[in-house]
Ligand binder design. Structure first.
Ligand code: CO
Length: 218
């Protein structure tokens, strides 16, 4: 394995035949003497960044790194969450406030798993107009916020800064300015089917990074 990696790294720079020879030395005498050390130092100016790489990268971890990486790439497809027993409809709505700053109050929200739909209302308690300090509510996976927000820029104010075709978006509201309110109806079955990890955020340009809150399925 390691021999293979070393040779690959040697080939990658593709530089000179001289390089290949040098790498051959390096790999075959891993526990090296002073001679080899000097030899590789002498090569540094010629090879530039190529030499530091072989020493930095072969920490013999590759097999360990690969296993977690494979698990991590599977992780996004979270297992569905079971619905809860039906709950009092009074538990299936809530309100969040946002003023003339980039924050939601409260910054997290509990949604009972027994709600069929959950209505979330945004109250803009600020004074600034919608063109300056617009806020909305967009529901998506927390991990997708940055991508959805980027995609929303092109949608513009006429589409309330949400690209209509973005399937990562579970629900969205209109954008409101100071004194306004807006609400979204969230299909709780979608949150459960997606396995949780959802958040609410504001897709007004520049707001998504700070204006976001967590959705906890209870
Ligand atoms: Co906002």
């Amino acid at each position: 394995m390691s021999v293979l990696k070393v040779s690959l790294r040697c080939v990658a720079p593709v530089a000179l035949a001289v390089l290949l020879a040098a790498c051959g030395h390096d790999g075959s005498t891993a526990d090296a003497g002073n001679d080899e050390a000097t030899a590789s130092q002498a090569l540094v100016p010629a090879t530039g960044p190529a030499m530091p790489d072989p020493t930095a990268m072969p920490p013999a971890n590759p097999p360990d790194d690969q296993a977690p990486a494979a698990e991590a790439s599977v992780a996004p497809a979270a297992a569905p969450i079971a619905a809860g027993p039906p709950v009092d409809p009074d538990l299936c709505h809530a309100e969040v406030a946002a003023g003339d700053t980039l924050a939601f109050d409260p910054p997290s929200l509990d949604i009972p798993r027994g709600c069929r739909t959950f209505t979330l209302t945004l109250r803009h308690t600020g004074k600034l107009p919608v063109t300056v300090m617009g806020h909305n509510l967009v529901i998506a996976k927390a991990a997708d916020i940055a991508g959805v927000a980027r995609n929303s820029l092109g949608a513009g104010p006429i589409r309330n800064y949400v690209e209509p075709s973005d399937r990562r978006v579970i629900a969205r509201s209109k954008v409101v300015g100071g004194g306004g309110t807006a609400s979204v109806k969230i299909d709780v079955a979608k949150l459960l089917a997606g396995g949780g990890g959802y958040a609410f955020f504001c897709s007004f340009p520049g707001h998504a990074r700070d204006m976001r809150g967590t959705i906890n399925l209870r």
